[in-house]
Design a protein around this ligand. Sequence first.
Ligand code: GLN
Length: 484
Amino acid sequence: MLNHTLAQLSQELQAKKISSVELTQAYLDRITRLDPTLNCFVTVTAERALAQARQADAQRGAGRGGVLTGIPLAQKDIFCTQGVKTTCGSRMLDNFIAPYNATVVEKLDAAGMVMLGKTNMDEFAMGSSNETSYYGAVKNPWNTAKVPGGSSGGSAAAVAAGLAPAATGTDTGGSIRQPAALCGITGIKPTYGRVSRYGMIAFASSLDQGGPMTRTAADAALMLNAMAGFDERDSTSVNRAVPDYTKTLNDSLKGLRIGLPKEYFSAGLDPKVAKAIHDAIAEYQKLGAEIKEISLPNSQLAVPAYYVIAPAECSSNLARYDGVRYGYRCANPRNLEDLYKRSRGEGFGAEVKRRIMIGTYVLSAGYYDAYYIKAQRVRRLMTQDFVAAFKEVDVIMGPTAPSVAFGIGEKTDDPVTMYLSDIYTIAVNLAGLPGMSLPAGFVDNLPVGLQMIGNYFDEARMLNVAHKFQQATDWHARTPAAFK
Ligand code: GLN
């Protein structure tokens, strides 16, 4: 049962084949057995989970259960969870017990889902391999010498290894899609503003967006139904009705126009990954889609623009960690300045410090126009490329990442090479568009992710397009041999 989809688990709970308490205990046991190998969880919340499960069973018993009632999930440790340690993968927050719940946590709790624990992640979501976490690297269940991707690596590996049937992630430049690709699961980053950021620890506020990480697109639809919606506590939340994402999953793809950006298939892309993507596109042709080559001429500016804008925003957001209010405080500070310096110096890891320094630099007088304003202009150009493309096509497809999972330690000495892991995902955040990754084959026994980019608020269509592919293929149903 532990490799079943949310849709299957929902039916099994409804048919009383299993209770939520039994299901939750089974996942907790599996976490105890396998997580020492994978390191997906920073915190396991067994008691909270079993209490939620008992409540879910009572609700279902009284005929008041919803479709997700009693189904376990894992929360990325970036979402504040009341009374539970919320670390964001950082020593800075190693002692932080959140005093309130993030909206996403509140909503999934209200839907009756059972939180198994908090998943490991790159420190403050900065990374593409989960190696920047204060709690150590997460292993990829397909090959434990490989990274799971990042920053939502703990969530992706937990779902891939069957330690949780679903998880939450956040995506600032690719952190839902790239780990989903590297671990062979399905993940969707919704349109900016679709899912509330309230209580989601900020990295780069104009880019951050939470979303579901699941085995299938149908499961992502179920979770997004529960996660999406307006929240007056998030000033960038969009007040717009949430459709039922499960309703349109089976719509026909006849006449669907798929755009393939030529820039996404150029040098830098592993030819074997390219082949898997082209095979997936051929499958879409069989399903009735029309393929069109398009151009996103400013694509090559995505990584440089992002590495000005994201550090700029992070340097401002992370100024709050000062050793005074909450989080890590150095021992025996001599004076206020010493308190600030040593608390931040000891509490943050190397990648976070690198970003704070870059961000502070590009925002400083004299450089602001040359770097920050310039990057914002580039951002507008890239957005215009997408707007033009969506006049011609309904969705855009290409690879999620330039290669399959790489080795642990392979890119840690070279930040720029690491940054290039997100070369195909970052532009989507800069434009605020929804993006998705779905399993589309294997190279060297490691999963390949197909990326789909949709128009603003077109998540329902994207989930439909992904679901039809998953009805016709079984890549998403494969599980890593060592974690059967
Ligand atoms: N890998 C990118 C970075 O390090 C994106 C991370 C993310 O989406 N949170 O910034």
